[in-house]
Design a protein around this ligand. Sequence first.
Ligand code: PLP
Length: 391
Amino acid sequence: MSIALSAKAGSFTESVIREMTRLNLALHGPERAINFAQGFPDFEPPPEIVEAAQEALAAGGAYHQYATTWGAPALRQAVAHKKSAEWGLPVDPEREVTVACGATESMMAAMLATVDPGDEVIVFEPFYENYGPDCILSGARPRYVALRPPDWSFDENELRAAFNERTRAIVVNTPHNPTGKVYRREELELIAELCHRHDAVAITDEIYEHMVFEGEHISIATLPGMRERTITISGASKTYSITGWRIGWLIAPPELTSGIRKVHDFLTVGAAHPLQIAVAAALGFPPSFYDALLEEYRERRDVIVRGLREVGFQPNPPAGAYYVMAGIEGLTDRDDVAFAHWLVETAGVATVPGSSFYADRELGRRLIRFSFPKRLSTIERGLDALRQIRS
Ligand code: PLP
């Protein structure tokens, strides 16, 4: 007897990013393999956050049991406090904040709570690879709007034409993975105008909100009239270098929040309770923490962009986040997938083929994505390995 997968599970593939990481480790082992594929740090998180987690575990009692399903009060209050200050708008921890297992679960819960089968969701392309399966799992039809290099801008008319009576939501990821684009105010104003006109929800993924090298981070929720129709997603993975803790959150108006909380409850019940308590402490870090984080990432960005140029890639310096999309023209005749495999085999360097971020895979055939949340010494080691392939 052959057991068939559901049509949904059968319609997307395993994550290419995690596949490249695994392949590289299998071939070269953890000592030699350089991971420029998956966006996680190879350095330690701030010691204060680890201590806060240890304290929560040692305190025991209720922390060993389920937290309130939509988030431990301390974390919801910390999220609301930080965001109210940044936005200059009140955020109600009781009715507007939901804690979930990372931005990943947050996006899934947001879509399941707002979108019905047959609805359309607008997604900018290239996109973070989860958004495609998120749309499929929620029954939505994704409609793609192109971001074009070198500045990854989109065409106003193309965006206007993408909105129609079936549009239920638009996903905005700023700063953007994989391009590093930081959406400008005029771009967000246009998106806001179209959301109003078509009664659509903006679902924004702002997980890289503290990594903006050029321009400024603007939450679309702060634009006039958008707070009522925006679901803002962020989390602790990137800012505090704890991608394995799986803590993220959503901020949305009460009606949307009630739907999100129901979906979240049946997806996961809740995120790890002691870790929620530790992240609540981290959200109180002073501004100097975020300044230092940014400067460290700026240095990593500059080193990798310069090094990739020297090797012969055509890197597009990112304005935010921690990825570089780089052209491979002149370096190889292989396509992106064959070249990324070849880099793993010959250099022990894992990257991600550009086509993984496009629905129309041909658009990414001459691009490779590098991620750089790594020690400078790791970045240098990776660049050295890449220099060898030229010699
Ligand atoms: N959103 C974007 C744009 C990302 O790049 C990533 C991780 O790479 C995530 C979400 C995942 O976030 P989390 O670890 O909070 O699930």
